[in-house]
Design a protein. Structure first.
Length: 205
């Protein structure tokens, strides 16, 4: 998994609340178990009209937000079904951090599992970032995970982070890799367990 330390990039404002995973990646595009191929369909029904042409009023169809790496979103982002493809679509598009007042718990966990940083901030902080993101002159931001700070124009906004999730993101550890960091302890436990259960082995011969 790609490490996340500090990210500098364009932030796109998407302040609508309750954007669910079917809005992020509609179910009809979820026909693969691979992690690729979803990016072109991110926010499909918001990005494209019925004829397949781009909707010019949607933020990710406009410069400079077409190349956004950060999304400033509304409350309860990622609600709905536990669709990991929603995170895959965001990642493939190029977004690596989402700042919002709140997230669906499962969506936030899927973010961390795929190297994406979900930043929960209070509503006034999100409103300030939304205003900055909406202006091309101030849309570039830096998200510093070790310092737990977002820097945008004159703003310096601190954010909280679960220590375990922070450790995994900074070190690029998915669930399996995080478990394997305890390989020595696991091996020691298995040796102990084997010794403790010798009485359960069948007698030789």
């Amino acid at each position: 998994m790609e490490k996340f330390t500090a990210l500098t990039g364009i932030a796109a404002p998407l302040p609508q609340p309750n954007i669910d995973t079917d809005t992020i990646i509609p179910q009809r595009w979820c026909k693969s178990i691979r992690r690729t191929g979803f990016g072109p369909h991110l926010f499909h029904d918001l990005r494209y009209g019925e004829d397949g042409s781009e909707r010019p009023d949607f933020v990710l169809n406009r410069d400079p937000w077409r190349g956004a790496a950060i999304l400033v979103a509304g409350a309860n982002f990622g609600c709905g079904s536990s669709r990991e493809a929603a995170v895959w679509a965001l990642r493939e598009f190029g977004i690596r951090c989402i700042a919002a007042p709140s997230f669906s718990d499962i969506f936030a966990a899927n973010c961390v599992a795929n190297g994406m940083l979900p930043v929960a901030l209070d509503a006034p902080a999100v409103e300030r970032l939304t205003a900055l993101a909406g202006d091309p002159a101030t849309a570039e931001m830096t998200v510093d995970l070790p310092a737990q700070e977002i820097r945008a124009a004159a703003e310096r906004i601190a954010f909280g982070m679960d220590p375990r999730a922070k450790h995994r993101l900074i070190n690029g550890l998915d669930e399996i890799a995080a478990t394997l960091t305890h390989d020595a302890e696991i091996a020691a436990y298995e040796r102990w367990l084997d010794a403790e259960r010798r009485w359960r082995r069948p007698a030789p011969g």
